[in-house]
Ligand binder design. Structure first.
Ligand SMILES: *Cc1c(COP(=O)(O)O)cnc(C)c1O
Length: 459
């Protein structure tokens, strides 16, 4: 039977999903409601619509609709670069000498190089449909900014990207791609916003953080006519769009009767992992599967494994609604030495709830070992992975080696969320052996935790 499984399983265009899957609809225990930071009451659409597109808000607050139709024009957008391949890692399996079967869903074959385009397209489309003229956003490593610049180019919208300052310095080519697609890129913190000026006053030499860039992007969106803010991860509607990853994977696996035992993804804000696991987790929650799910995060930004499950702000200036999630505190800034992405202080409310309720496992990995795994993978499978994705590779290899010890023939699926061509400075540090493992001390984590708002829900 194994020999009949091709190295790459592609769906035909007409087999692509026509609906997104809303995992929340099948969660008996829903994530806690998003709260208004002033009243501490659950938000209503009118609280969020000055900041986000109407359709995004509707999707964000909808816990019940199970299947959400993908509009025809978004299906068009998806067809420009999807379906993506599900790949059997025959070469890696052989190199490891494992009896396990390893599969990965490869989201890196579009120009932005990652899965982020799956939500950038829909969000730009919804903005256009609403009659907006421009969008703002933040970007860390640059993949989200690139994806959104592509989507805004496609649908004809202006875009301002606040890019975390250290990243904009480390990744000039990322910035160049965004600018070439027509976006305006501003290193954050900047003096173009009050939030940025406040942070610069306190710490003129800061390299910035995602939380800070979000504050700047939100402020600009709210102050600009016909402009809204879009976020590339964490939020429920982003995970909804990313369910396309899991739905395609499941359709491809079903064709060959493959059932994954272990599903692994890297977790920054949770969107690629949440998208990949969605239909499989749905089966698990309804008792139809026994699969294990593993989130992999960097030891330098350990949101699941050392964070707290409390209400927190999504940004440093404390302007966003409050979300109950795994968080390191909105003031947490990971070490600038950390090269592997996944630097956000918070985590998707959906994944945080699944983790809290014991449906999702998490582990933290050191970046040197993550890059070791990346090298092992690229030498056998040929693809140069994003450092973020390499966290998932590390865990997949570890699970496959565990099978080698026990002789078990498990089926391991992981998400290869992107390629690493714009992360070559990180690979250069790895080659020069100057990458180090930056693990925050408990005291450093405490400094982040004190920024968590002191509200009754925390107690
Ligand atoms: C942004 C990004 C991530 C992390 O974001 P999630 O929302 O957790 O998926 C992971 N991999 C790649 C390649 C990315 O660009």
């Amino acid at each position: 039977m194994n020999n009949t499984i091709p190295t790459r399983i592609y769906l035909a265009e007409e087999e692509m999903p026509k609906f997104w899957y809303n995992l929340r609809s099948d969660m008996k225990e829903k994530p806690d409601p998003i709260l208004h930071p002033g009243t501490l009451q659950p938000v209503v659409p009118s609280d969020m619509e000055p900041v986000f597109c109407k359709e995004a808000v509707k999707q964000e607050l909808d816990d019940d609709t199970r299947l959400v139709p993908i509009p025809e024009r978004i299906q068009d957008f998806y067809r420009a670069y999807r379906p993506s391949a599900l790949i059997r890692a025959y070469y890696l399996e052989k190199a490891l000498g494992t009896p396990a079967e390893i599969y990965y869903k490869f989201e890196g074959t579009n120009t932005s190089g990652s899965h982020k385009l799956n939500s950038a397209g829909p969000q730009a489309y919804f903005a256009k449909e609403q009659g907006l003229q421009s969008l703002t956003t933040e970007t860390g490593a640059g993949q989200w900014g690139t994806a959104l610049a592509m989507a805004c180019g496609f649908y004809g919208l202006d875009l301002t990207v606040y890019m975390v300052k250290v990243s904009s310095e480390q990744k000039p080519y990322r910035k160049a791609v965004m600018e070439t697609y027509g976006a305006k890129v501003i290193p954050s913190p900047s003096n173009t916003t009050e939030a940025g000026r406040r942070i610069l006053e306190k710490d003129p030499n800061t390299g910035g953080s995602l939380g800070c860039a979000i504050s700047e992007a939100v402020e600009t969106a709210v102050k600009t006519d016909k402009c809204r803010y879009v976020l590339g991860s964490v939020l429920n509607h982003v995970l909804l769009h990313q369910s396309i990853i899991g739905l395609e994977t499941k359709a491809a696996m079903d064709k060959y009767g493959i059932k994954p035992d272990i599903i692994i993804g890297c977790a920054g804000g949770g969107s690629n992992l949440g998208g990949l696991i969605a239909p499989f987790m749905g089966e698990k929650l309804s008792g139809k599967s026994n699969a294990r799910f593993i989130a992999v995060e960097p030891a330098s930004c350990p949101t699941f494994t050392r964070g707290r499950y409390v209400y927190d702000f999504g940004d440093t200036a404390k302007t966003t609604p409050l979300v109950r999630m795994q968080t390191l505190g909105n003031g947490f800034i990971p070490s600038a030495n950390h090269a592997g992405g996944l630097r956000y202080h918070g985590m998707s409310a959906i994944l945080s709830k699944l983790y809290h309720d014991g449906h999702l496992e998490a582990r933290a990995e050191n970046q040197t070992e993550v890059f070791d795994a990346a090298i092992r993978f690229m030498k056998t499978e040929g693809i140069l992975p994003a450092p973020e994705s390499s966290h998932a590779i590390k865990a997949a290899i570890d699970e496959a080696l565990e099978c080698k010890k026990t002789g078990e023939k498990k089926v391991i699926l992981f998400g290869l969320s992107g390629t690493g061509y714009f992360d070559l400075s990180a690979y250069m540090s790895y080659n020069a052996k100057t990458l180090s493992d930056m693990v925050p001390t408990n005291e450093e984590l405490e400094r982040g935790f004190v920024t968590i708002p002191d509200i009754p829900q925390n107690k």
